[in-house]
Design a protein around this ligand. Sequence first.
Ligand SMILES: Cc1cc2nc3c(=O)[nH]c(=O)nc-3n(C[C@H](O)[C@H](O)[C@H](O)COP(=O)(O)O)c2cc1C
Length: 255
Amino acid sequence: MAKETWKPGNMLYPIPAVMVSCGREGEKPNIITVAWAGNVCSTPAMLTISVRKSRYSHSIIKETGEFVVNLTSAELVRATDWCGVRSGRDYDKFKEMRLTPQKSQKINAPGISESPVNIECKVKEVIELGTHDMFVAEVLCVTVDDKYLDERGRFDLNAADLIAYSHGEYFKLGKKVGKFGYSVTKKQGKQHQIKKNRDANENFAIDKKEKKNEKADNISLNNDKNFKSDKKENKHSKKEKVKKSSVLKKKNKRG
Ligand SMILES: Cc1cc2nc3c(=O)[nH]c(=O)nc-3n(C[C@H](O)[C@H](O)[C@H](O)COP(=O)(O)O)c2cc1C
């Protein structure tokens, strides 16, 4: 396989495209679409977003040290794109996109009510990387749409029709092709299932063949038996005939 070598560039895809909401006192709340976002620590739960210094949202987040990461679904894809190509300096993005600000639990910045998952974050560190500043933040609270909770309280995030961003385009998530750790869980592995099905089919075929042979054996056995009993009967009737004719001969002699 031949490969081309390119100069350095951002080629890590697919990635999320989230709507980050923020706000400061005395101003309308704002939304910025961010693709350069990621989980970076489990305990404490932490994530990062990288934002260009020139964005209207940059100054808000830097000043307040708060933001909400709102996950995006296929239903929200237009709003996601629009909030990424228009600035809060010129528009009220909540109003334009008919989105509802949702009061947060732990911070002042509002979330987006229409989003299935809102992640409330507090900035811990700002790392100046170059064109972008990376906001390293701790997750203080997560709110989820109870529409995706089942009767046992389990959250089915993948039913929320989330979108991914890859090389300039938005995608719905596709077919599930595995699950965490499935490659080492033999019983649940696809190959194992295929083998199981193949074995079952083979056994079925063998069973069928054996039954067929058994049937054929029974038929030939019965034929054999019938033939023998026929032979016996014939022998018996021959004997009878001989006996009858000798009685008749004796009778005739006497007469
Ligand atoms: C899909 C997508 C992903 C984006 N990701 C980022 C990002 O990670 N960081 C960033 O600074 N800007 C990103 N942008 C651009 C900003 O969202 C855009 O400049 C926006 O208008 C800024 O809004 P504001 O001026 O109201 O803050 C992205 C835009 C789109 C459409």
